[in-house]
Design a protein around this ligand. Sequence first.
Ligand SMILES: Nc1nc2c(c(=O)[nH]1)N[C@H]1C(S)=C(S)[C@@H](COP(=O)(O)O)O[C@H]1N2
Ligand SMILES: [Mo]
Length: 221
Amino acid sequence: MDISRRRFIKWLVGIGIVAGASGAIINNLPDTAKNSVSNLLPPGQYQVFNMPVLNEGSIPSPDKTTWNLEVYGLVDKPLNLNYVEFRSIPTVVSISDFHCVTGWSKLGNTWEGVRFRDIMNMAVSQAAATYATFESENGFTTQLMVADLSKDDVLLAYRLEDSELSTEHGGPLRLVVPEKYGYKSAKWIRKIKFTDKLELGFWEKNGYSNTADPWKNDRYY
Ligand SMILES: Nc1nc2c(c(=O)[nH]1)N[C@H]1C(S)=C(S)[C@@H](COP(=O)(O)O)O[C@H]1N2
Ligand SMILES: [Mo]
């Protein structure tokens, strides 16, 4: 047994900030060390090594030349950004884990995009809006609390693992909310509506939890 490696993993897991990054590192370790990955898997989840493609309905064909992102509702300054304008906003890279309510978890994903918080600050200057509803190209919706969306690792992402985000994974732009089940991470987003009212999204109307916390096994309504 390699004590220093075990201690290294324990240390990685101990400092929550790199819990996501450690997924990628652990993938490259021998099987004995991989047992430690169980610390990164919420209850009832198993690890996959390729990101599945999962969505209701068919995959749309968004066109970047006509694409726009609309930010509206309880905002001070509505936004309507075309693709070039969106891409001029400063980005961050964030490594995080992804947990689908059907049971798979893909650890250590490297996303690049704009922090949700930064977009919000461009449009909203007062605290009236407590929720944001995301509307996708194909009619899919989900809603999250602004408090949950304000975390560092919540991105409007357009790159994954050093490539432009593929259409099947939500390109040109998707939401990534690592601390919620995957159905909150809407693919193909086109609209963000700020509101003070709770609205259930597509999966949430179909029996899935609106709070959707993987660490609480919070799957169903
Ligand atoms: N527009 C849209 N976004 C969606 C979904 C969907 O059905 N439609 N499914 C969600 C679910 S349940 C999961 S687990 C993730 C899967 O993302 P992936 O296909 O990139 O792995 O997308 C989420 N975003
Ligand atoms: Mo999912």
